[in-house]
Ligand binder design. Structure first.
Ligand SMILES: [Zn+2]
Length: 126
């Protein structure tokens, strides 16, 4: 049991530390997602992907996916997906199926993570 209640200064300091930690976590998540988006745009990004939590903390929850089978784009709000937050964003394409060419379509390609849904993509329920 503490000898005294925290002073107002102690509480303010603790609050500032918590806010600084939140900002540091968000900055890191933003950096990780930005690096991945850059790697994807350059044709890479296949060796790793951010966690679902990183995308949400970075405030980039819209996953843009392109299907080479039917040549359409879909956007998925990963906040609505029931997966472990440490699962990789890249693993989400495993659950996607082309409705036009089931069974024979190539694997969907992830285009990137965005703060807002891309205008040319339609939202997917899956
Ligand atoms: Zn398709």
């Amino acid at each position: 049991m503490p000898e005294h209640d925290p002073t107002r200064t102690d509480r303010l300091a603790a609050d500032m530390r918590a806010r600084a930690a939140d900002k540091a976590a968000r900055d890191e998540a933003v950096r990780v997602v930005a690096q991945w988006n850059i790697a994807l745009a350059a044709g890479g990004g296949a060796l790793w992907s951010p966690s679902i939590r990183a995308a949400i903390v970075a405030d980039r929850p819209w996953l843009d996916v392109y299907c080479p089978g039917c040549r359409t784009s879909r956007v998925i709000d990963i906040r609505k997906i029931d997966r472990h937050p440490l699962a990789s964003v890249g693993s989400l394409v495993l659950g996607l199926r082309c409705s036009w060419r089931p069974g024979s379509a190539p694997m969907p390609k992830i285009v990137g993570l965005h703060a807002l849904p891309p205008a040319n993509a339609r939202e997917s329920a899956s």
